[in-house]
Design a protein around this ligand. Structure first.
Ligand SMILES: Nc1nc2c(c(=O)[nH]1)N[C@H]1C(S)=C(S)[C@@H](COP(=O)(O)O)O[C@H]1N2
Ligand SMILES: [Mo]
Length: 264
């Protein structure tokens, strides 16, 4: 009979139980100790110092992912789906007269005290960019799709939006930026908040074309947000109003329990 198959004597059993409970007990003591350390540590911004350190680490990681250096993968035109899925009709339920539409930009920061009303002609006059990328919905589907429009950063530089100073905004001067951009549909039926670093990311665009043609109504005509660094929920269709603030703008899906950032 080999050693492994031999039955253990009661003494050997006891010895094993003793070791097992000893290891278990030590593990438990470590868990309790760490919990007490976290609970007794000084608080910083409402969280104990050890937890705050973890949050700050996550924040730095997040900022790195949002930086200009981190680009979402792009695809050749041939990879774009000819028929793009439609998902989400909130804020799109009434008909839209795209000829009469204007984008309202609420006042914020130095230099502007009036609401700006921009026409599609003014927006189309800005440098045009295109992107083909894998659009991802939080519900679990994704699709390579092709969008055209103006980079948000070019738009913001032209109209001097999002900065406190009233100068062109830049991720190189985060202290001069409002923390968020808020967007909502003309009827207020759908609304999102976007952190400024992500809004100013080089792949974020105010899109007016899909597959080389003007946006269809159910895909956000005349103007929608395309923000490849975030899930579909943040890609608001049919933008009516834009504003900038340090407080988190109301966000339709965050109010319904989804992650506010919805970053990828
Ligand atoms: N106005 C508006 N924008 C919206 C939504 C919506 O319900 N209303 N749904 C969002 C969600 S969850 C997704 S996945 C994308 C879908 O974009 P698509 O219809 O062009 O595929 O739009 C986003 N933007
Ligand atoms: Mo979605």
């Amino acid at each position: 009979m080999s050693n492994e198959q031999r039955e253990l004597t009661p003494r050997e059993w006891n010895r094993r139980k003793f070791i097992a409970f000893g290891v278990f007990g030590m593990f438990g003591a470590v868990v309790v100790g760490v919990r007490q350390w976290i609970a007794s540590a000084d608080k910083k911004d409402g969280a104990s110092a050890p937890l705050r350190a973890v949050l700050e680490f996550n924040d730095r990681l997040n900022q790195t992912y949002k930086s200009d250096a981190h680009l979402v993968k792009e695809y050749p035109l041939s990879a774009a789906a000819p028929k793009v899925r439609v998902n989400g009709y909130d804020g799109l339920k009434s008909p839209i007269d795209t000829a009469a539409w204007t984008l309202a930009v609420l006042p914020s920061g130095a230099g502007r005290s009036d609401t700006l009303h921009l026409t599609m002609d003014e927006i189309r006059a800005l440098p045009k960019t295109e992107i083909v990328y894998d659009f991802k919905c939080i519900e679990g589907w994704s699709q390579v799709s092709h969008w055209g429009g103006v980079r948000f950063r070019d738009f913001a530089a032209k109209y001097l939006l999002g900065s406190r100073s009233g100068h062109a905004p830049s991720n190189d001067r985060p202290e001069d930026l409002y923390r968020y951009m808020g967007l909502r549909t003309p009827d207020g039926g759908y609304y999102v908040g976007i952190d400024m670093a992500s809004a100013l990311h080089p792949q974020t665009i105010l899109a007016y074309e899909m597959n080389g043609a003007p946006l269809p109504a159910n895909q956000g005509a005349p103007l929608r947000l395309i923000i490849p660094t975030k899930y579909g929920v943040k890609n608001l269709k049919r933008i009516g109003t834009m504003f900038f603030s340090d407080e988190r703008p109301p966000d339709f899906w965050a109010e319904r329990g989804y992650d506010y950032d919805a970053g990828l």
